[in-house]
Design a protein around this ligand. Structure first.
Ligand SMILES: [Zn+2]
Length: 412
């Protein structure tokens, strides 16, 4: 049985409001893209918090902030944290709450339990959201696991056409030093994050333990038919790619529904050519985003979708050509760490469920260098990536209590 480490709700609230001030916009919104002045100010505040709490603080080569509490027995570090950047605009909780949780939990452990046996670290990752650079997703955690390509910073361009390398230099970071951010001395990474969906609210629970992060496949589907006159050409002779696309769009939805939660499939983008009201289109191109956290069921979902593409092509006498644009396997969290978090919730009397994450997180990258698991905290109305994002202090404290208890088991 781990001791209860009381978490101060007033401190959690102060931290949330203090971080939200950097890049505050649209009422309760936050606009804090990586390597901007508001981002620097937020990271500097995390540095001050950690320094004031007596942690050893350092910036890594990509601008992530690490606060370390040394362990008396040494060994690899147990790390908790999340990302400090936001969507444009995002809310006050996505990423930020995980940084605050790690800081609050580790400093509470330090004050109440003294020095740990194993080192504990807080991390505030520089960037996860890709809100300034469309292809920079998981920039900070990729640096930690050594998965940034040597020319990536120089060639990657942001929405404002600046290079990642130039932007890094503008805040005093040297892109040539990116490999220095790699770590091989982390044993466990636990990320607390808001749920960003409605399942905890639906279940009436404050906290979930995450046992897997979903796998994602993104298709680009092109349906080729034949452009014809919208009045002169009879219906029965047409090769209409729009109708075929509509059938695929409804069909992939049916496939995902038939597999039940947590299977999901989304068509979020579509374009018709030539895109005129009086012309049967020549071509319709659309995206299919399909996700499932279970490797076998994921394969089943994709097989179903691809069978549908072929069936519709044959039925409508059109050509359906699909490309796999991205393919990210699911991340299965470390079962032992999942059980530890479940036990911590039980022992602390905090009602919790176990679920999968439908969104991507730094944890899935960190899984290549350490054991990982996550905690989700209830999101009001399941809202996220919007200023409407909200989580109560009570729920945040419940999650941080579970985190602190688990970190105690691992480090003391
Ligand atoms: Zn996030």
């Amino acid at each position: 049985m781990t001791p209860r480490v009381p978490i101060d709700p007033a401190l959690v609230e102060r931290c949330i409001f203090a971080l939200a001030a950097f890049g505050a916009s649209d009422g309760t919104g936050v606009r804090r893209a990586v390597y901007t002045p508001e981002w620097t100010a937020a990271q500097e505040m995390v540095v001050r918090w950690c320094e004031d709490a007596g942690l050893a603080v350092r910036w890594d080569a990509v601008g992530s902030v690490w606060g370390r509490l040394d362990g008396t027995a040494g060994g690899p570090a147990i790390v908790s944290g999340s990302h400090i950047d936001t969507q444009l605009p995002g809310g006050r909780y996505d990423g930020a709450l995980g940084v605050i949780a790690a800081y609050v939990a580790i400093t509470a452990l330090k004050e109440q339990c003294g020095p740990p046996k194993r080192p504990l670290e807080v991390v505030s990752f520089c960037q996860e959201e890709s809100s300034r650079f469309p292809r920079a997703n998981f920039w900070a955690s990729r640096a930690v696991v050594g998965r940034i390509e040597p020319d990536e910073a120089e060639t990657m361009r942001g929405y404002a056409d600046e290079t990642m390398a130039d932007v890094m230099r503008s805040v005093g970071l040297d892109p040539a030093r990116i490999p220095d951010a790699a770590r091989d001395d982390i044993t466990t990474f636990i990320e607390l994050h808001i749920e960003q969906g409605p399942l905890l609210e639906e279940a009436g629970l404050p906290v979930a333990v995450v046992n897997a992060i979903t796998g994602l496949r993104g298709y680009t589907v092109a349906v080729h038919g034949r452009a014809d006159h919208a009045g002169a050409f009879p219906m029965d002779l047409r090769r209409d790619p729009m109708v075929a696309a509509a059938e695929i769009i409804l069909g992939v939805r049916e496939n995902a529904l038939a597999m039940d939660r947590p299977a999901v499939t989304t068509v979020g983008r579509i374009a018709a050519e030539p895109n005129f009201p009086a012309i049967v289109p020549e071509r319709v191109i659309f995206s299919v985003d399909a996700r499932h956290p279970d490797p076998a069921k994921r394969a089943e979902l994709y097989e179903g979708h691809e069978r549908l593409f072929r069936d519709v092509a044959a039925r409508h006498n059109v050509e359906v050509i699909w490309q796999i644009r991205s393919d990210t396997p699911p991340c299965i969290c470390d079962p032992e760490t999942v059980r530890l978090l479940e036990a911590a919730a039980r022992e602390q009397g905090i009602p919790a469920m176990t679920m999968q994450s439908g969104a991507g997180h730094d944890s899935q990258i960190m899984a290549t260098c350490s054991k990982v698991a996550m905690l989700f905290i209830r999101s009001k109305d399941g809202r996220s990536h919007t200023p409407e994002e909200f989580t109560t202090i009570e729920d945040a404290v419940a999650g941080i209590t579970v985190l602190a208890s688990a970190l105690h088991t691992l480090a003391y």
